[in-house]
Design a binder for this molecule. Structure first.
Ligand SMILES: Nc1nc2c(ncn2[C@@H]2O[C@H](COP(=O)(O)OP(=O)(O)OP(=O)(O)O)[C@@H](O)[C@H]2O)c(=O)[nH]1
Ligand SMILES: [Zn+2]
Length: 169
C-alpha cells in the first residue's frame, strides 16, 4: 500500500470498530447511571424523547439510524436525564437487532430505577433495507417495549401522545 491516504486505513478501521462502532461490547464502557431521591415528589411520567440512535445491524454490519424515546414513572428514584441517552448509546454500539436493543434499554433502566414502570419506543432506518437489497429509502422500523404500568392502555397512550411518532431523520 503506497498511497498515503490508504496507508492508515486498516488501523483506522480497526480502531473505529473497537473503540467507536462496537465500543458498547466492552462492559467497562457501561455508563454509571447516577440516581437521586425523588425529593421533588414528581409522580408523573418522565419522557426523554428523540434520543439519537446509531447502531449496526448484525446481519449486514450496516448502520441503523434513528430515534429512541424512553419513559418511566418514578417509585422514589430519579435518574440523571443524560444517563438515558448514554444507556441507549451503550447498547446501540454493538452488532444489534432493533428488537433486542429496545428490550435491553428497558431492562437496564428497570434495574437502575428499581421499578418495572419503564417503556421504550425506537423508530429507526436500517441501511440494509434502505440502501441495498430491497432499497426502500422511505421505510423505517418501529419497536416498543412496555413494562409495568405502561402495559395499561391509558399510560401507554399518554406516552405515545408525548412522542407523536412523526420524527424525521
Ligand atoms: N427482525 C430484524 N431483522 C433485521 C434487523 N436488521 C436487519 N434485519 C433483517 O435481517 C434479514 C436478514 O435476512 P437474509 O435473508 O439472511 O439476508 P439478505 O439475503 O441480505 O436479505 P435482503 O435484505 O432481503 O436482501 C433481512 O431481512 C434484514 O432486513 C433487525 O433489527 N430486526
Ligand atoms: Zn441488516
Amino acid at each position: 500500500m503506497t498511497d498515503d491516504s490508504l496507508r492508515g486505513t486498516p488501523n483506522r478501521v480497526a480502531k473505529m470498530f473497537v473503540k467507536e462502532i462496537f465500543g458498547g461490547l466492552h462492559p467497562d464502557r457501561k455508563p454509571k447511571a447516577s440516581t437521586f431521591d425523588n425529593k421533588y415528589k414528581y409522580n408523573e411520567m418522565l419522557v426523554e424523547k428523540n434520543i439519537t440512535v446509531y447502531s449496526t445491524c448484525e446481519h449486514h454490519l450496516l448502520p441503523i439510524v434513528g430515534r429512541a424515546h424512553i419513559a418511566y414513572i418514578s417509585n422514589g428514584t430519579v435518574v440523571g436525564l443524560s444517563k438515558m441517552n448514554r444507556i441507549v448509546d451503550y447498547y446501540a454500539k454493538r452488532p444489534q437487532v432493533q428488537e433486542r436493543l429496545t428490550i435491553q434499554i428497558v431492562k437496564e433502566l428497570q434495574k437502575v430505577l428499581g421499578t418495572d414502570d419503564v417503556a421504550c419506543v425506537i423508530d429507526a432506518k436500517h441501511l440494509c433495507v434502505n440502501s441495498r437489497g430491497i432499497r426502500d429509502i422511505e421505510s423505517s422500523t418501529v419497536t416498543a417495549e412496555f413494562g409495568g404500568k405502561f402495559k395499561n392502555e391509558k399510560t401507554r397512550l399518554e406516552f405515545l401522545d408525548y412522542i407523536k411518532l412523526d420524527t424525521k431523520f
